[in-house]
Ligand binder design. Structure first.
Ligand code: ZN
Length: 480
């Protein structure tokens, strides 16, 4: 399926089978062709050298951002091509899009399409009256017919004023980094649940701690995206199995082997807002130390009121709780849960509900996950470095069934070859076995015997869900 996402349009999500966080291999070096279009040449263009610096060279370049955000696991590199001034006018007769058509993109005679992973189009236009989206991306490599044969590459485009180089707090760099993040396979925006008039409401782009959030101000992507992209590995992500205290290090720092995120599987999926399509069945917990690129624009993490004044919020050193929905689409979706979801100043006070800048759970505060016997409390904050969090989980022992699903039994654990799921009331069930990193390893059906003989020894998590009521139960399975 060809997917195109525009910065100004919320991602529309389809609903299909349950998914899981699919961990892709690290993308590694990405070879980009950067093609600036400018029919008008209106005198506001930056030089090609400045563009090269802003993309690839300067300490504040997109390349530097991705190297930091991926802990050195990937980079971008490429060639900035000369301005195209002899193309058909982008907004002239025959062009309904603000971006060049694919036939134009794929027919630039000086681009070596055979070696590129992606093409970045800069249809520079500062003229007023155009309602072009600020960015455009494909979320995967697309097939193109080029003068040197058929090739697949990512396509992203961006259109705004240039503030290159050396300023990641401005729109240029953050928008490009945002669009590239889409092109690396994230076909969604990082949203946040806040409350409007007492109702939980999912705000598009609402997680402004995230490059896929509203302002996209040089923030690292959230831990779920980093997990998915292979930037955070099992060495840096822990799945919480039982009540314990955890030290979570700042997500922005390169700290191999240090815990930088926690995953909490929820036995009962949480549906904060029944009128929307989303529920979350796991949490990702993280701490932003506001170091590196994330530190560059702390002043922007504030709540904007309707009169365009700002409610300062410097106290953001706490736990970010991200509900992740792996039940309603092809992809797992992160949704920041605002720990102070009510409007600033009370109902009707003019809170413009964009920015969950007050989302973190702060020192001494406790959050209990609705419908689950799971809670978390921040007990120590070492600003910029780490926080300590107590996670309280229901006791899970091999002989105790903490959650019940009307007669459904799961046994045995420990198990060598088979897990059995009894279903005496003939409910419509799904049964999915995950490893402790959240990867789906087995998919079962009603009343099945699940063959686990091929799995390696270790701890797994079985989640059985009643698809009619959406209630679920989970069980840790020890494979011998
Ligand atoms: Zn976007």
């Amino acid at each position: 399926m060809l997917k195109i996402y525009l910065l100004t349009v919320l991602s529309v999500l389809c609903c299909s089978a349950n998914a899981q966080v699919t961990v892709t291999s690290v993308l590694g070096p990405q070879e980009l062709a950067v093609v600036p279009f400018d029919y008008a040449m209106d005198g506001t263009e930056i030089t090609l050298a400045e563009m090269d610096s802003g993309l690839f060279v300067s300490p504040y370049s997109i390349r530097a951002f991705y190297e930091e955000a991926s802990y050195g696991k990937m980079t971008i590199r490429g060639i900035v091509y000369p301005y195209r001034t002899n193309q058909p006018p982008l907004f002239g007769t025959g062009y309904t899009s603000c971006y060049p058509e694919d036939a134009v993109i794929a027919n630039q005679p000086d681009v070596d399409y055979s070696i590129i992973d992606g093409i970045v189009i800069f249809p520079h236009d500062t003229a007023s009256g155009k309602s072009c989206s600020a960015g455009l991306s494909s979320s995967e490599k697309l097939p193109f017919s080029t003068p040197v044969g058929n090739h697949e590459f990512r396509r992203s485009g961006f259109r705004t004023q240039f503030y290159f180089p050396n300023d990641f707090s401005q729109t240029t760099s953050s928008t490009i980094a945002h669009e590239l993040m889409h092109s690396f396979g994230n076909d969604f925006h990082s949203n946040a649940y806040i409350k409007i008039d007492g109702e939980w409401t999912l705000q598009g782009y609402g997680n402004l701690f995230d490059i896929l959030g509203l302002r996209s101000q040089a923030s690292h992507p959230c831990s779920m995206i980093k997990h998915k992209l292979g930037w955070l590995t099992e060495n840096e992500i822990k799945t919480v199995q039982q009540t314990d205290t955890f030290r979570i290090y700042a997500l922005e720092k390169t700290l191999p082997g240090k815990t930088q995120a926690l995953i909490v599987e929820l036995p009962h999926a949480v549906d904060l807002q029944p009128n929307d399509a989303f529920a979350f069945d796991r949490l990702y917990l993280e701490y932003r130390g506001l170091t590196g690129f994330d530190y560059r624009s702390p002043a922007l993490r504030r709540v904007r009121l309707k009169d365009n004044s700002y409610h300062a919020n410097d106290n953001i050193h706490g736990l970010l709780v991200i509900g992740v929905d792996c039940t309603s689409g092809d992809d797992c979706l992160p949704m920041l849960i605002d720990m102070r979801p009510e409007p600033i100043g009370g109902l009707g006070a003019g809170y413009l509900p964009h920015e969950a800048s007050d989302a973190p759970l702060l020192l001494g505060e406790k959050y209990t996950v609705p419908g689950n016997e799971i809670s978390m409390e921040v007990i120590n904050v070492n600003e910029g470095n780490y926080i300590d969090v107590v996670i309280t989980m229901p006791a899970v022992a091999s002989s105790i069934e903490p959650y019940r699903l009307d007669g459904v039994e799961i046994y045995p654990s420990p198990a060598q070859d088979y897990i059995r799921i009894s279903n005496p009331n003939a409910k419509s069930l799904t049964a999915r076995l995950y490893d402790v990193y959240g990867n789906l390893v087995l998919n079962g059906e009603n009343g099945t015997t699940m063959d686990i003989s091929g799995l390696s020894a270790g701890v797994y998590i079985l989640i059985v869900r009643d698809i009619n009521t959406n209630r679920s139960m989970s069980r840790h399975i020890v494979k011998l």
